[in-house]
Design a protein around this ligand. Structure first.
Ligand SMILES: [Zn+2]
Length: 295
């Protein structure tokens, strides 16, 4: 009987080990899925992540749930990209956990202004709506992610100095991967004539991607909403003049207007989710979709 009890204890303790390992992991909270990709690449098995904005939710006007605020209370770091909701909630996120390291991964990045007519973001900012509206979708650029990765690795090393070497090694590996992806994308876009370098997109989340690869992004939405028939006609006219063939659509959004536009310009729909969790595969897929739309 006693022996059986001892065995049972051993089994229970054995079962408890994964829980201990989990408790020892660096708890990292992030706003959006592409930053979770970054955190996992740099942190490997040493971190455990929580993502605030679920797939399909509006990343600009998101409001963290009470359960997420409880996760924040147990987090060692928060990785912000400077999205409107992260700026609006920064005080509350910090207030929920005074020991948490709040990391601005967008610090030092050269930001682009948002396209004209895109002022839906100000509603989430309230009083801060007067501030220059810069494009917050920084992660669609490998060049930006390169810099963000370095910031994340430095922050992890600060929060968990015992594993600093592992984070530095993971950063070096990720930089190599990003450089290879960047070279691949540059190759995909090389040789496309200037008259075919524009694309349409309902929500203009691809500004940094366009900048990196010499493309021009044209927004279909106006002030965050479906465009009026008159504005839509103007967009189609401009797109035709610029030779745009690719029409990017987010899988979560209505494809009706985008489909109409694609038909009007004689182009094709390219499914392009700026918040896809498989960051590198997604950028590759979008670049290939753009090229295929030209054929
Ligand atoms: Zn957006």
């Amino acid at each position: 009987m006693r022996k059986a009890f001892t065995i049972l204890c051993a089994v229970l303790v054995g079962c408890a080990f994964p829980a201990f390992a989990l408790a020892g992991a660096l708890q990292v909270a992030v706003g959006v899925a592409p930053v979770e990709f970054l955190a996992r690449k740099i942190g490997g098995g040493l971190v455990q992540t929580t993502v605030l904005v679920p797939a399909g939710a509006d990343a600009h006007t998101y409001e963290p749930k009470p359960s997420q605020m409880r996760a924040i209370a147990g987090a060692s770091l928060y990785l912000s990209t400077g999205l409107e909701f992260e700026e609006a909630w920064e005080g509350r996120l910090k207030g929920a956990n005074k020991k948490m390291l709040f990391v601005h991964t967008d610090d030092g990045l050269k930001k682009l202004p948002m396209p004209e007519g895109h002022d839906d973001h100000q509603s989430a900012r309230g009083k801060h709506g007067q501030a220059d509206e810069m494009d917050p979708h920084i992660w669609v650029s490998p060049a930006n992610m390169r810099q963000m990765a370095a910031k994340v690795a430095a922050a992890f090393a600060k929060a968990d100095p015992a594993n600093a070497k592992a984070y530095a090694a993971n950063l070096a590996a990720m930089h190599k991967e990003i450089d290879a992806l960047d070279a691949e994308l540059k190759g995909l876009f090389a040789g496309i004539p200037a008259a075919r370098r524009s694309f349409l997109v309902f929500h203009p989340a691809w500004g940094y991607f366009a900048r990196d690869y010499g493309l021009t992004q044209m927004a279909i939405e106006f002030e965050g909403k479906e465009p009026s028939p008159r504005r839509l006609a103007a967009v189609v006219g401009q797109a035709k003049a610029k030779g745009a063939r690719a029409v990017f659509v987010q899988p979560q959004m209505s494809q009706r207007t985008a489909g109409t536009v694609a038909q009007a310009v004689g182009g094709r729909l390219v499914v392009a989710d700026p918040l896809a969790p498989d960051w590198d595969a997604n950028l590759r897929k979008v670049a290939k979709g753009f090229r295929e739309a030209l054929q």
